[in-house]
Ligand binder design. Structure first.
Ligand code: HEM
Length: 404
């Protein structure tokens, strides 16, 4: 198994071809298509791992956690001591308990507050004509929402934001200095987060409140509770798994609405299309490009022999453009139905935060569309992709607009 710094850093090391240049990272879809058609299950010696590109193969591995284990050396910027890195039966127990606290009802109750936060972010931009949508809206929104969900007090918000930054940060380059300072910073942050959440968990045990941490403290299935350490791991996972992904969902949506400007007016006129539009964004510009698994016994995928111990990389973003599953897969169809994309994964580890991510997008996008008209890229804009093979998005999204 390749544990080179590159693998550890990106979670999923860069494939030999397909995602190197700026253009390829911004638009990896032609490469995915080529691989689906020519080498849908392929071994990459350089990264010692199998790459899977077809929808059916990817669903098959995500649905079989016994053969394809989530206990793996790395999974992008997320933390593997937590639920996302567990297998059954432990995963099942843990998921049952956290689901008791992270309920659809608890999430839907956040709607009015999410709208308030979006308005707070959008209002100062109404007197301007240009913004960086990521810096100004889609980055702060999920950080504030998760902080409030967890019960982080407003005075700790900045601290919390700084920690979130470090957790999702990637090194600027692969020089030894940069890599070392990246690891040092991440370790320091992890320690600070551990200390912070330990204190909050201890406090909430004594004085429960109406927040997620208090609910996690009390969540119980068959007499089983979470330990303080498990609660802390889960809280930190939410920062890592929930922030940058949601940022990218919202900014990838606005990017698409600028690339196909008729969508802006169409969605203003037909707001009932928004839910389907969000599903299509999730499919078309999947915020998570890939996830990985480790093979627990010799097996076969697409006629290829895969050995116990091998790593497989499931290219979710390729599955979501698979022409055998989605007619005219490379076209953005705002009302696509059905749309069984894999943006939130599939099987046992299906994203626990999907209702929250969908809600944030469903609240934020109509407010953005009604506040800013004729959104476009300022002349000369060159989008810079996030340097990751795990998440898909751009670093900044400059937008020029007419305030409504
Ligand atoms: C798992 C995507 C937002 C929490 C996953 C997985 C994917 C994913 C693909 C499965 C990973 C695997 O099978 O290895 C996304 C996308 C999001 C998003 C595209 C936004 C658009 C969120 C949010 C939260 C969250 C907002 C929480 C606040 C989780 C958790 C898991 C998970 C806890 C692990 C579930 C388990 O292992 O049982 N997510 N996610 N995600 N996600 Fe999300």
């Amino acid at each position: 198994m390749d544990l080179s710094p590159n693998t550890q850093l990106t979670g999923l090391a860069i494939p030999v071809e397909g995602m190197h240049t700026r253009e390829e990272r911004l638009n990896p879809f032609p490469w995915f298509e080529k691989m689906r058609k020519t080498s849908p299950v392929t071994y990459d010696e350089h990264r010692s791992s199998w790459d899977l590109f077809r929808y059916d193969d990817i669903v098959a591995i995500l649905k079989d956690p016994v053969t394809f284990s989530s206990v793996r050396p790395t999974a992008g910027p997320v933390l593997l001591g937590s639920i996302i890195g567990m297998d059954p039966p432990k995963h099942h127990q843990m998921r049952n308990i956290v689901s008791k606290a992270f309920t659809p009802k608890a999430i839907s109750e956040l709607e009015p507050r999410i709208a308030e936060v979006v308005h707070e972010l959008v209002n100062p931009l109404k007197t301007k004509q240009q913004m960086d949508l990521i810096h100004d809206i889609s980055y702060p929104l999920p950080v504030i929402v998760i902080a409030e969900l967890l019960g982080v007090p407003p005075e700790d918000r900045q601290l919390f934001k700084d920690w979130s930054d470090v957790i999702v940060k990637m090194p600027e380059d692969s020089t030894e200095n940069e890599v070392q300072s990246f690891f040092r910073e991440r370790q320091k942050t992890r320690q600070e987060l551990d200390d912070y959440f330990m204190k909050v968990v201890t406090e909430r045990r004594k004085n429960p409140r109406e927040d997620l941490i208090s609910r996690l403290v009390h969540a119980e299935v068959d007499g089983q509770h979470l330990t303080d350490h498990e609660i802390m791991e889960f809280c930190i996972l939410l920062l890592a798994a929930g922030n940058e992904t949601t940022t990218n969902l919202i900014s990838n949506a606005i990017r698409k609405f600028i690339e196909e400007p008729h969508l802006q007016e169409q969605l203003r006129q037909q707001p009932e299309l928004m839910e389907k539009a969000i599903e299509e964004i999730l499919r078309y510009y999947s915020p998570v490009l890939a996830t990985n698994r480790v093979v627990t016994k010799d097996t076969e995928i697409g006629g290829k022999q895969i050995k116990k111990g091998d790593q497989v990389i499931a290219w979710i973003a390729s599955a979501n453009r698979d022409e055998n599953k989605f007619p005219v897969a490379d076209q953005f169809k705002v009302d696509r139905t059905p749309n069984q994309h894999l943006a939130f994964g599939n099987g046992a580890h299906f994203c626990l935060g999907a209702p929250l991510a969908r809600l944030e997008a469903r609240v934020a996008l109509p407010i953005i569309l009604s506040s800013f008209h004729n959104m476009e890229f300022p002349e000369g804009t060159e989008l810079t992709p996030i340097p990751s093979t795990f998440v898909y998005g751009v670093k900044a999204l400059p937008v020029q607009y007419n305030p409504a």
